[in-house]
Design a protein around this ligand. Structure first.
Ligand code: G6P
Length: 489
């Protein structure tokens, strides 16, 4: 594969994702303020030192006028970002509709729209047409900026059509595609009306990556069962052309979390939190307020634990940070009210004049506050009903080297495959099981906590985001780089 190929200095990596890693706020007709969000993907790609990354994606705002578009394009260029402008109608049909009301629930095993979501099913065809149109708009921007030798890395379920659009305009382009969600069993995928077209579009890529071996296997069986193609040890074969398919489990920039704990402001915050919760064990949930995260189920399990363990009622607190997301999608609006109602009921039932058992926040924390909260936590509850990987579990572990708290982790999160030996694994649908895991975690002897933490900490600090990104790119474009043999699960 590419024998004798020499990498020119600073080859360009065009990273295409639905959302750019910035939040843009318009300050005037032609001025914008930009804030870079240092999420997992950003730090991963900053770590790929031999490549110069450029980002192509939607800035998350509607900019109908040319003056605003030009100004935003200029401001973004300084951050090596290139915008794709999507109008309101496309955002409604492609992002809120096809991506987040159809593909997202389906890939997380919640099925296609039923009952009150049926109205959406009726507009399925038009949403799919918008999805393809939006993917073509991303492709047009890539083509406009592409230079010979660039590597293009497409991300996530929003852009399953992109590899096909790109290869149609330039069959020599090196194209990789990575899915950040689970890829479901082929029996689930086959319910999707556009199942074949989507699979074929993804297969246009040179390399297709998933977080776990299971997701890769599901994808290959969807291609064999639905398209009748041949599965090979490398991937999927169609008329002599092989699309390579493999697992590349993502990680985090663990050093960034560990270093941040040393910052004096963070130390100060840790001290305050310890004083605030003195005499109580701290349990923590950090999730986007999304139905896949299993927040209502988690809170009901906590209620059951309090019900059955009166001793703990004034000795434990659950901090639930629920970050609002996709707030224009009705399902998400309903979930918010549902969670508020449950939290209110439980606090009314078990709270006192001075304390409540659940502190629920409908917002995100800044990075320093987040690290401080992770550091003071005794038990983290990551109980997603399904989750591609779930990096909250990794972030918690990275911040726990002095406390050695316990991680309760859903067996349906990709992270269960890497942190399973150190965590208490649970079926999040089984409230009784989660309630008893809470008891086990709170009562766990120090030596067992130490042993479990050691396993997880070792994994999180040696399987980082940077390695993940380098590994994917090196498989897409083989180089001399070597990686730990256990990196692919
Ligand atoms: C998941 C997806 C990402 C997405 C993120 C936030 O992690 O895999 O692609 O960016 O959720 O969702 P949003 O819809 O706000 O971009």
């Amino acid at each position: 594969l590419n024998e004798g190929w020499e990498r020119p200095t600073k080859q360009r990596l065009l990273v295409v994702a639905n959302r750019l890693p910035v939040s843009a706020v318009r300050k005037g007709e032609d001025s914008w303020s930009l804030e870079i969000s240092a999420g997992g993907l950003v730090s991963a790609l900053l770590g790929v030192k031999e490549f110069e990354a450029r980002w192509i994606g939607w800035a998350g705002v509607n900019v109908p006028d040319e003056v605003g578009q030009k100004a935003l394009t200029k401001a973004l260029a300084e951050k090596r970002c290139i915008p794709v402008f999507l109008d309101e109608e496309i955002v409604h049909q492609y992002y809120n509709g096809y991506c987040n009301n159809i593909l997202w629930p389906l890939f997380h095993y919640l099925g296609l729209p039923q009952e009150d979501r049926l109205a959406t099913t009726r507009s399925f065809e038009s949403q799919f047409a918008s999805y393809k149109k939006a993917n073509q708009m991303f492709a047009d921007v890539v083509n406009e900026h592409y230079e010979e030798g660039d590597v293009v890395w497409c991300h996530d379920y929003h852009l399953m059509f992109l590899p096909k659009c790109l290869k149609e305009s330039n069959s020599d382009m090196k194209v990789g595609w990575f899915l950040h969600t689970p890829f479901p069993s082929s029996e689930i995928h086959r319910t999707l009306p556009s199942r074949s077209e989507l699979l074929r579009a993804v297969l246009a890529a040179d390399l297709v990556g998933f977080h776990t071996y299971d997701y890769a296997r599901h994808f290959v069986s969807a291609c064999t069962r639905i398209l009748g193609l041949e599965g090979t040890p490398e991937g999927v074969e169609d008329q002599g052309r092989v699309t390579r398919v493999a697992a590349f489990p993502i990680g985090i920039d663990s050093d960034r979390f560990i270093r941040t704990l040393e910052v004096s402001q963070v130390q100060e915050h840790i001290k305050e939190l310890k004083e605030r919760f003195a005499g109580r064990k701290v349990m923590l949930g950090v999730d986007r307020l999304d139905m896949i995260k299993g927040i209502p189920q988690k809170i009901l399990a906590f209620e059951k634990f309090l019900e059955e363990n009166p001793y703990w009622r004034d000795k434990v607190v659950l901090l639930q940070i629920a970050v609002p997301t996709r707030t224009d999608v009705p399902e998400y609006q309903k979930l918010t009210s549902q969670v508020h109602e449950i939290v209110g009921r439980i606090n009314g039932r078990f709270g006192s004049l001075i304390a409540v058992p659940i502190h629920h926040l409908d917002r995100s924390l800044d990075f320093h506050a987040l690290c401080a909260v992770y550091a003071v936590t005794d038990v983290a509850l990551v109980t997603s009903l399904r989750d591609g990987m779930n990096l909250v579990s990794y972030e918690f572990v990275a911040c726990q080297d002095s406390k050695k708290g316990v991680l309760i982790l859903s067996e349906f999160a990709g992270a269960a495959q890497s942190l399973g030996a150190g965590a208490i694994l649970v079926n999040p649908w089984n409230i009784t099981e989660v309630a008893s895991a809470i008891g086990q975690a709170l009562n766990m002897p120090a030596d067992e906590r130490e042993k479990r933490h050691r396993h997880n900490f070792e994994h999180v600090t040696t399987h980082t985001a940077q390695q993940w990104a380098e590994f994917f790119v090196s498989v897409l474009l083989p180089t001399v780089a070597t990686f730990p043999s256990d990196f692919v699960e």
